[in-house]
Design a protein around this ligand. Structure first.
Ligand code: BGC
Length: 767
């Protein structure tokens, strides 16, 4: 039997090895679905299992005597042969310690695909990477704001453009699969990966996430300028109770359906080709064994056609961390049978053990052949839609736009529309020329604070890999107004010693002395980059040393503008009232400082709005759509909902007013729709962009309704002293909630539409 299969695979090998590399670079991009089955029928159990195995690049890299990966990175042909020819590994991920050059990729990818190209195997490798805010693992890749900043633009066109450019540069590096976007809901501000999310609102996350996916994939069959997206991390990962990474969450079914699932469902509707599974556990069930969510909901109910990849070592963790399996083999069977199609094993020798265990499990019947074939079919389908069978190695010359000016401008535009003005007392902004500016604070003079984690390295803290020629906040100010008008003193530095949360004063006398000379202080505060476990923190409060810098400046009656460069909303309540200006810059990317300075001098107008509720106290975390009962005790500071700034808040140099709100009917029936028309006026001479945010409140319902929920948004340009009229359509689906029976329902009753301060009510009747 084994021999027979070998012979028949050999026929396929011959077919592929007949093609020259020249022919292979002519894309045709699709293999008939039915031929996937023919292909699977030719494969041995070992070959099929290999397709479900993903290993990291380090496993294949040449190393020195101490085991460190050599630079430049090169593939070790002996390790490659073992992984691909002996174990039939089907997927490779990541880079080793840091960003690689385009030249390195140009050698690595052909080497990895060489067993396929030369006909020694008959399935190409799918390579995946975390290009989560631009192609951050290729030197000079265009780095955009992190997702939280992208969400603050509320601009789906920019999100799509970000996706297109990132896909282009990822493909230019020979990689067809991006582990992005994160579609987790940012509802636990302590969580170290809040900056990787698109914020707290399910509708905003779904819309922005779908736009990114459209940009990444560009269509159903993906051409050589696009990549497969990966929805992360299915589902509930971000809702951790403790705020610590990968720890358990409790999410009742009602809120799972209303809040956490919609962004993934929208992504599937937009054709997302892959999904990565939640490393944590929800309601006592590790994400990786949640058959109901992965197989029944995602693949069954929603018709997801792609494949599910585990997160890092997560098959193993069912045994070592979650303790749902007494042995590795039990763990692998649990995860695979729950519906996870590919295991990010990803180290050696664990991957060999994985393959051996899985082969045994199939032979013993613990994993059925049908289930194995289903996983392999899904993986081959994605490889086929990516055109990998025809073109495993890209034509590296087909990407002349890599890191071009147009891409940099797109990143700058995204930063300009993202950075959010939270306070502007006495019109301190725009800054005036001739003012002496002290640029201070720990995040003011290093690119790492503009980019955050997943930038050149995993934690993003090593400045030696910063993109050359990009400007820190200090440098951008010096370029704009001349060094002679700038003073600089850091005052505090952030450092890691065991954790990433340490800060200490540096040369405080210098800071105090420079304060005396300054007209305005631009105080850059924030966090040392970090993500996942290393990014766990004990409290949301910003470090006392950083707060002290602000207080010292206030004590000298200085005009202070706080610039926040942070991965999550850190509590700054003690220094809010003393500040003249406050700007949330999030993690704005390589051109973030240019954008910041253009905005602060009024060359451009602010238009970003918070994609999350900014808390005032770290003991009071609530979200904008809280039920009314959250506010019931007392008003003001005693209400549980009393944030520093509301979701959707952000100022502009223009003055916008929602002048009118009209409904097409005051009674909506059955499946009919209702038109909501709003007129927004710009009451200033200054051009600006405004975001129309349309909220719906269910006035009374059988289960307590949200106070309000975002249902539509639109970013629009309004010239000075002008107005714009827009109409939105709502229907029954926008009024639904998960009722007592666990399904989405709509009830008769009154609903209130809110845009800005205006409200209008209508009645819905099922008949
Ligand atoms: C992260 C994923 C990431 C993967 C591969 C994991 O630790 O949770 O988001 O895609 O590593 O780098």
């Amino acid at each position: 039997m084994k021999k027979l299969i070998y012979v028949s695979s050999g026929v396929l090998l011959l077919l592929f090895s007949c093609k020259s590399v020249q022919e292979l670079s002519t894309p045709t991009y699709s293999i008939e679905e039915k031929s996937l089955n023919a292909r699977i029928a030719q494969m041995s159990i070992e070959e099929k299992v290999g397709q479900t195995c993903q290993i990291t690049l380090d496993v294949l890299s040449k190393t020195d005597a101490k085991g460190a990966v050599l630079a430049p990175c090169e593939i070790d042909s002996v390790k490659l042969q073992e992984a691909i020819l002996k174990y039939h590994v089907g997927s490779i991920l990541n880079v080793g310690a840091h960003t690689l050059t385009l030249d390195e990729w140009k050698h690595i990818i052909p080497a990895i695909q060489s067993p396929y190209v030369t006909g020694k195997t008959h399935v190409p490798i799918i390579y995946g990477i975390d290009a989560i805010h631009g192609m951050n693992y290729t030197v000079n890749g265009t780095l955009f704001p992190q997702e939280i900043g992208l969400a603050a633009t509320w601009n789906t066109k920019l999100a799509k453009e970000f996706g297109e450019i990132t896909a282009y540069e990822t493909r230019a590096s020979g990689i067809p699969w991006n582990f992005s976007p994160v579609l987790d809901l940012g509802r636990q501000p302590l969580w170290s990966r809040t900056f990787e999310t698109l914020g707290e609102d399910p509708y905003l996350v779904a819309q922005m996430g779908a736009a990114i996916i459209d940009g990444y994939q560009g269509g159903k069959t993906i051409d050589d300028k696009h990549v497969a997206a990966c929805m992360k991390h299915f589902v509930g990962y971000s809702g951790t109770n403790s705020g610590r990474d990968r720890t358990p969450a409790w999410i009742p079914e009602k809120y799972m359906k209303e809040l956490y699932l919609p962004s993934f469902k929208a992504a599937v509707e937009h054709g997302a080709l892959t999904v990565m599974i939640n490393s944590g556990a929800v309601n006592g069930i590790p994400g990786h064994i949640n058959h109901h969510l992965i197989t029944e909901t995602l693949k069954g109910e929603w018709g997801f056609e792609g494949f599910a990849v585990s997160d890092w070592e997560d098959f193993i963790m069912l045994h070592s961390v979650h303790k749902t399996a007494a042995s590795l083999s039990e763990a692998y069977v649990q995860a695979f049978n729950a519906g996870v199609d590919m295991s990010m094993v990803p180290l050696s020798p664990q991957y060999k053990e994985y393959c051996d265990i899985m082969v045994k499990a199939v032979k013993s019947g613990e994993i059925s052949m049908e289930r194995l074939d289903d996983a392999v079919r899904r993986i081959l389908r994605v490889k086929s839609r990516l055109g990998l069978f025809e073109q495993p190695i890209p034509n590296f010359n087909a990407y002349p736009k890599f890191a071009c000016q147009e891409f940099k401008q797109a990143s700058l535009n995204a930063a300009l529309e993202s950075i959010t003005l939270l306070k502007n007392e006495g019109a301190i902004l725009p800054l005036k020329t001739g003012q002496k500016i002290l640029i201070a604070g720990p995040t003011s003079d290093n690119m790492i604070y503009l980019n955050g984690a997943w930038t050149h390295t995993w934690q993003g803290v090593d400045p030696q890999y910063n993109t050359k020629g990009c400007l820190t906040v200090r440098e951008a100010f010096e370029q704009k107004i001349g060094k002679e008008n700038c003073l600089f003193s850091k005052g505090v530095e952030l450092y890691s010693e065991g954790d990433y949360e340490k800060s200490r004063f540096v040369n405080l006398e210098d800071y105090q002395q420079k304060l005396t000379q300054a007209d305005v202080v631009v105080l850059c505060l924030g966090e040392l980059p970090s993500t996942e476990k290393p990014g766990d923190i004990h409290s949301l409060n910003l470090s006392s040393e950083q707060l002290e810098l602000a207080k010292l400046a206030y004590a000298q009656h200085k005009k202070v503008i706080l610039v926040l460069l942070e991965a999550r909303p850190r509590i700054i309540h003690d220094i809010v009232s003393g500040a003249a200006g406050i700007i949330q810059a999030y993690l704005p990317g390589d051109y973030g400082a240019n954008a910041l300075v253009q905005l602060m001098y009024g060359d451009q107008n602010f238009s970003g709005k918070l994609p999350y509720t900014y808390p005032k106290y770290d003991g009071v975390i609530e979200f904008y759509d809280h039920p009314k009962s959250v506010d019931r005790s007392k008003s003001g500071d005693f209400s549980a909902y009393n944030p520093e700034w509301d979701f959707g808040f952000g100022l502009s140099y223009a003055q916008f007013e929602c002048e009118s709100l009209t409904l097409s009917t005051d009674e909506l029936h059955g499946n009919d729709s209702i038109q909501v028309t709003v007129r927004i006026r710009n009451n200033s001479p200054v051009w600006g962009k405004e975001i129309i945010q349309l909220y719906v409140s269910d006035d009374f319902a059988s289960l307590i309704p949200t106070g309000k929920s975002l249902k539509r948004f639109l970013k629009i340009d309004i010239p000075g002293n002008d107005f714009i009229v827009k109409t939105f359509t709502l229907s029954k689906e926008d009024l639904m909630f998960v009722g007592p029976n666990g399904n989405f329902i709509v009830e008769d009753g009154t609903f209130t539409i809110g845009v800005g301060p205006l409200r209008k009510t209508f009645r819905y009747l099922k008949k």
